[in-house]
Design a protein. Structure first.
Length: 154
């Protein structure tokens, strides 16, 4: 797998259950240990609740539940910038940063391709700007991620 990294993106790879999600680095503001989350009533199931991060109340989304998987015990929060607002994504682990060429990006499905129809409908109603960020996030198979690793080490 050969990719040109002069035209492409840097992705932060995060494991979520059996998935690897590549979040465009330009949206990532921080990774951290999970903080306490206060549950909210009447929100979609993938919204874990809110957490106070750097003095600001931030919504926390469970990426596993967004993808229709079971909720695990996240070991990391990844905060992302959504049009000047902060949203935390709970993930199982952070794997690293990978440069991915545009040719490869076109072949990798969007995170929202793996999301349930109910989740997409809820997101489009709640926050269209968040939808744009999540649409740019990629679901990377383990075999593709392994190919990236092999390419870097050769």
């Amino acid at each position: 797998m050969s990719s040109s990294i002069t035209e492409g993106r840097s992705l932060l790879a995060c494991r979520v259950g059996s998935y690897v999600c590549g979040i465009p680095l330009e949206h990532v503001t921080e990774t951290m240990r999970p903080l306490p989350v206060k549950a909210l009533a009447s929100v979609p199931s993938f919204v874990r609740g809110v957490s106070v991060i750097h003095g600001e109340t931030v919504p926390v989304l469970d990426v596993g539940l967004l993808l229709g998987a079971e909720s695990g015990t996240p070991t990391r929060f990844v905060t992302i910038d959504v049009a000047g607002r902060v949203v935390a994504l709970s993930v199982d682990s952070v794997m690293g940063i990978q440069e991915v060429g545009d040719d490869v990006l076109r072949e990798i499905p969007s995170l929202l391709n793996g999301a349930s129809g109910d989740a997409i409908a809820a997101l489009s109603t709640l926050d269209s700007e968040l939808m744009v960020v999540l649409e740019s996030t990629r679901l990377v198979s383990d075999s593709v991620w392994a190919a990236f690793d092999r390419e870097l080490s050769s």
